[in-house]
Design a protein around this ligand. Structure first.
Ligand code: ZN
Length: 144
């Protein structure tokens, strides 16, 4: 008798939409991240490396959507060629890898990570306080 996903539909966060980096298609940012990644791979041959480590996926996408308007995808992505051996029957294909080997991507990931830490700061703080000895607790509270 569990409700499953359907009960978690209230609240604005779950309804937030995010557009594809390279076309007009929209995806639900919370529930359809995998669909978006699949879409990027199949439609645009774009792979985002270590996507689980991106602290704020929507902001990450917003950033790159703007950048991809200004310049070709090959300016930012490593190109991976498949089926390059002579024995390969399938035609050669190029995939684009967006990863933190690019300094701009690395900087963005670090910045989003820091923003997230800042944003979640209060709950992190509570956890630290709860775990702290009493003396430390009084000290840190006077800083607030
Ligand atoms: Zn697209």
């Amino acid at each position: 008798m569990q409700g499953g996903h359907s009960e978690v539909t209230s609240g604005e966060v779950t309804k937030e939409k995010v557009g594809c980096l390279l076309c007009a298609q929209q995806f639900d940012v919370m529930e359809m991240q995998d669909d978006l990644l699949r879409h990027l791979l199949l439609q645009h041959k774009l792979v985002i490396a270590d996507v689980k480590l991106v602290a704020h996926f929507k902001k990450y996408l917003d950033y790159w959507r703007q950048r991809f308007k200004d310049a070709a995808i090959t300016e930012f992505c490593s190109v991976i060629k498949t089926n390059t051996k002579e024995t390969d029957v399938e035609p050669e294909e190029s995939y684009y890898l967006l990863c933190d080997a690019l300094p701009e991507d690395k900087n963005l990931r670090v910045r989003l990570q820091q923003e997230k830490l800042h944003f979640d700061g209060s709950s992190v703080y509570v956890r630290i306080l709860a775990a702290a000895p009493k003396k430390t607790l009084q000290f840190t509270m006077s800083l607030l």
